[in-house]
Structures are given as structure tokens and as C-alpha cells.
Design a protein around this ligand. Structure first.
Ligand SMILES: CC(C)(COP(=O)(O)OP(=O)(O)OC[C@H]1O[C@@H](n2cnc3c(N)ncnc32)[C@H](O)[C@@H]1OP(=O)(O)O)[C@@H](O)C(=O)NCCC(=O)NCCS
Length: 198
């Protein structure tokens, strides 16, 4: 089963360790605290307002129905990263999943987003998802780079599809990858991103 191997520890590039674990209802306060402490410029570019209790309740409901698989990274009891796999359980995109990932400012450039994204790719594979997409705004360069390094490629650009809080319109870039190919390529290329089970 997709989540049987969790919790799993990951050693980051600086030698520190975080634990990846599926989001539990009891973690919702810690998840909200994580999102509320993100740098404002990052938070405002996320698709949803992730700072409200309403958002957290709706998110947890979808976790319970397994429409969403949420993995959180924890260090010293705090959430320091989160990756979400979205899927539709019925209909013509039931073979497609979408990943989003966010990492706390203090934990960036240590490989955590790569580890979280790779873990979600593995979960998607186990769930039978065949294609994964990632939607990034044109100025989310770090996110784009993270997924391109995992083998995702630009599949579509939707011009002026996003309006930020200041009313500025930005292009939405859809990155995509075929799950079987990406997982095989990641396994062949490098084991560093893989969670160490335990
Ligand atoms: C995007 C984000 C998740 C990356 O997290 P991270 O843990 O720092 O990412 P990683 O350490 O795994 O970096 C992976 C690669 O992305 C690229 N990258 C990451 N941050 C970068 C930055 N600030 N500038 C340029 N490239 C960057 C690098 O190529 C990096 O590999 P390298 O360090 O070996 O060179 C993080 O910056 C974030 O939370 N941003 C705000 C939220 C967001 O944009 N989410 C995307 C929604 S899908």
C-alpha cells in the first residue's frame, strides 16, 4: 500500500534529519502554523489561502476521502515542509495526479522539496496514477527548477491565467511527467532523494 512505508526519515544535504509522515488530523494546527509562517511573498503566490481554519478543515476532509494525499516533513515536532498529491477519483482525468510542494524558508536548498516530491511520485505510482502535473506561476523559479530536475517538462503555458493579490496577471506553466518513466529515471540516477525507511 502506498503509505505503508511511512513514517520515513530523510537526511538532508546539511546532515540534518526530517521525518516524512502522512498528515494526521491531529497535525492540522501544526500545518496551519507552517503555512502562516511562510514568507509572505511565497504565501501570496499559492493557489489557495492556506492560512485559514476553513481551508485546513476542507483540506483534511479531502485527506480523509483520499482525494488528497498529504505528506508533511517534521523536525523537532514542527512541520517544515508539505507536499500534496491531488487526484480525481472518477472521470476522465482519474489517471492524472497533481503535486504541490512547499518548504519552510529555514529548510530550503537542502533537498527537502526534492525528497517530498520524489516521495509523492512513488506514492502516485503505487496508486496507479500514470501522469503527474505541476502548475507553477511564471515567477516561481525555485519550484519550476525543483520539478525540472526530477524530469518534469513544460507541457503548456496558459498566458495571464493567474491574477496575484495585487491584480497583476501572470502566466501559468504546466509541467508534466509520465510516472513510470520519472520513477525509473530517478532510481537509476540517484538514490539520495529517497526516504530512508524507519
Ligand atoms: C519551491 C520550493 C518548494 C523548493 O524547496 P527546496 O527544499 O529549497 O528545494 P530543493 O532544495 O529540493 O531544491 C531543488 C532544486 O531547485 C532549485 N532551486 C531551489 N531553490 C532555488 C532558488 N531559490 N533559486 C534557484 N533555484 C532554486 C535548485 O536547482 C535546487 O537544486 P540544487 O540545490 O541542487 O541546485 C521552496 O522554494 C518553496 O516552498 N517555495 C514557495 C512555495 C512554492 O513556490 N511552491 C511551489 C508550488 S508547486
Amino acid at each position: 500500500m502506498a503509505l505503508d512505508s511511512y513514517p520515513a526519515s530523510v537526511t538532508l544535504r546539511d546532515g540534518s534529519t526530517v521525518v516524512l509522515t502522512p498528515l494526521q488530523p491531529s497535525c492540522s494546527g501544526a500545518l496551519l502554523a507552517f503555512y502562516r509562517h511562510l514568507p509572505e511573498e511565497d504565501r501570496l503566490m499559492l493557489r489557495d489561502d492556506v492560512t485559514t481554519s476553513d481551508w485546513a478543515e476542507g483540506f483534511l476532509r479531502k485527506v480523509e476521502t483520499r482525494e488528497i494525499i498529504s505528506l508533511v516533513a517534521k523536525a523537532a515536532g514542527k512541520v517544515v515542509g508539505e507536499a500534496t498529491l491531488y487526484r480525481t477519483l472518477h472521470g476522465w482525468t482519474r489517471h492524472v495526479g497533481e503535486i504541490r510542494v512547499t518548504v519552510a524558508a529555514a529548510f530550503r536548498r537542502k533537498g527537502l522539496a526534492t525528497a517530498l516530491a520524489a516521495a509523492q511520485v512513488k506514492i502516485a505510482t503505487d496508486l496507479g496514477i500514470e501522469k503527474i502535473i505541476v502548475q507553477v506561476v511564471d515567477n516561481q523559479l525555485a519550484a519550476r527548477r525543483t520539478f525540472e530536475k526530477l524530469g518534469f517538462h513544460k507541457e503548456a503555458i496558459l498566458p495571464h491565467h493567474v491574477m496575484d493579490v495585487a491584480g497583476m496577471k501572470r502566466d501559468l506553466i504546466v509541467l508534466a511527467n509520465d510516472v513510470s518513466q520519472i520513477w525509473a529515471a530517478m532510481e537509476a540516477a540517484n538514490q539520495d532523494y529517497a526516504p530512508h525507511l524507519g
